[in-house]
Write a protein that binds this ligand. Structure first.
Ligand code: ZN
Length: 192
């Protein structure tokens, strides 16, 4: 069984073949897809599945939809950040683990700026750009505003889980609103 490299990250992820995914492993014995980064079972989800869930939640919950999507992301992101923190070492490489993990998971290419640990403490502010985001493949934004609510919450939760500090996340550019990429600004919550 191929062992994922959780620290440092592979030198050139782009050169990986499609069957060389270091995190997902289909067991011939159990016939189950396993996620070795987070030690759990996995499924593959395509954009039809995701877009149906997203549009159903937004349609059913009306004005509360965006908040519910954000909260869903927040809960999952926190769990992911917390788990990832304990698996990635040395500590600073948790960002490498996440950006690589989400890329091979098909989420898109995440570029994180400024979120470097300074004397062991996380930065007050960070910008995350997401190119070719899976989550922005849904229908066009109806309001003209950024609408990746799930991913906004997820990034806030991930930062909180990984750095034990509360963050707010605001999406400032969005593919669904006509931008070339989605951009999220993370800011530390006052008092945290
Ligand atoms: Zn977006």
């Amino acid at each position: 069984v191929r062992q994922p490299r959780l620290s440092g990250g592979p030198a050139d992820p782009v050169s990986l073949g499609s069957e060389d995914n270091p995190f997902y492993h289909f067991s011939q014995k159990t016939k189950i897809l396993e996620d070795s980064a987070f030690n759990c079972r996995a499924i593959l989800v395509n954009e039809r599945f995701w877009n149906k869930i997203r549009s159903s939640i937004l349609d059913l919950l009306k004005d509360a939809g965006p908040l519910v999507m954000y909260e869903l992301g927040l809960e999952y992101g926190f769990d992911m950040g917390y788990q990832g923190k304990s698996r990635a070492r040395p500590k600073g490489n948790v960002l490498d683990l996440f950006t690589y993990y989400v890329m091979v998971s098909g989420w898109g290419r995440f570029e994180v700026s400024e979120l470097k640990l300074k004397d062991g403490a996380p930065a007050r502010k960070a910008t995350v750009r997401v190119y070719n985001s899976f989550f922005a493949n849904a229908a066009k934004s109806e309001t003209g505003n950024p609408s990746c609510f799930f991913l906004s919450g997820l990034l806030a939760g991930l930062a909180e889980g990984a750095f034990s500090t509360g963050y707010n996340c605001l999406e400032t550019k969005c593919v669904t609103a006509g931008d070339d990429y989605c951009e999220f600004v993370l800011t530390r919550r006052p008092g945290d």
